[in-house]
Unconditional design. Structure first.
Length: 319
């Protein structure tokens, strides 16, 4: 995942990829809040004066303070010693955590984060479709749509709003279709996967705004209901999707996340199972096996082997 700190490191990182800056505050010890606020102010004034930073919180971990702040519409982190003297950005975990098992629940929660016209996201959607058909209401599956802030040329080509908080990688048509699909998922769930598949097959991000109504009618989606949802709920929907992509989720395999135990969603597709990043391969069989491992009591459907055309490329749409 590329964050603001990743880009900052490109200019100030040492050979160990750890940016270490002497703050020279001259205080023996600071509270987490005071250290956090001071750190964010220091970063803004000395390293990125053209950007707006907002301090969120700070907490002590392993003898240092982890400082959480918001910049460019996303949360990021920095680290500072408790005396407020040394600042660094990318700690190296010398005792890496081991791969984690997916949490188990009675009814696994499956969240697939995509962009509506990312080809790799569309592949993941279609891998998940036979699994949804097989398990039915024994699993809780939702699609979510990845948004960026201040992306590309901004409003109106890529962003919904002039403030450029809600933007999509493959232009505004992709963002609009993501909202429509969420409206169908919410109000017409029995038509949802048919609508997604038809939109994937029959349109692109460049022409979906012109074609979506005919596509929806073709799979018996109530077009007026989608329009009403889109008009009245779009800002709430976009705010919710952006907030979900900024959540720090525990990860299954830390080595896939630069050694970090948590990560937020950046690339399409990202599969979250029971609140944890799934870090396995992409195929119908792999997805089914992972979901089955997330049941407290494994259902009979796990004994049924679905048709599997093999593993899809481990690529993603990501800035």
């Amino acid at each position: 995942m590329k964050t603001y700190i990743t880009y900052l490191l490109g200019g100030i990182a040492t050979a160990l990829l750890v940016a270490l800056i002497v703050l020279n505050l001259g205080i023996t010890k600071m509270s987490p809040k005071k250290a956090g606020e001071f750190t964010v102010n220091y970063i803004q004034e000395n390293l990125a004066p053209d950007l707006d930073f907002t301090y969120k919180e700070a907490k002590k971990i392993s003898g240092i303070y982890e400082v959480v702040f918001e910049v460019m519409g996303s949360e990021d982190k920095a680290y500072v010693t408790t005396d407020g003297k040394y600042l660094f950005f990318q700690p190296i975990n010398m005792k890496p955590t081991q791969p984690q098992e997916l949490p188990k629940t009675e009814k696994p929660k499956i969240d697939l984060f995509v962009m509506s016209y990312c080809p790799y996201g569309n592949q993941a959607e279609e891998l998940l479709m036979p699994i949804v058909d097989l398990f039915g209401n024994k699993i809780d599956v939702e699609l979510h749509y990845i948004l960026y802030s201040n992306y590309a040329s901004g409003y109106p080509e890529f962003c919904y709003d002039e403030g450029e908080l809600y933007c999509s990688m493959h232009a505004i048509g992709e963002l609009n279709q993501g909202v429509r699909e969420l409206c169908v998922q919410k109000y017409q769930p029995n038509k949802f996967w048919d609508f997604v598949k038809a939109a994937n097959d029959q349109a692109t991000s460049n022409n979906i705004d012109d074609l979506w109504e005919d596509i929806a009618i073709g799979v018996d989606v109530d077009v007026d209901q989608v329009k009403n949802c889109f008009s009245n709920e779009i800002e709430d929907i976009l705010a919710n999707e952006l907030s979900l992509t900024n959540v720090d989720y525990p990860v299954q395999e830390p080595k896939n996340h630069e050694g970090q135990e948590t990560d937020n969603v950046a690339g399409s597709p990202t599969l979250i199972i029971n609140g944890m990043f799934y870090d396995g391969s992409r195929s119908v069989g792999a997805y089914q096996e992972a979901i089955c491992s997330a049941f407290k009591n494994i259902p009979d459907e796990c004994d049924i082997k679905l048709n599997d055309d093999g593993t899809t490329p481990d690529s993603s749409c990501e800035i």
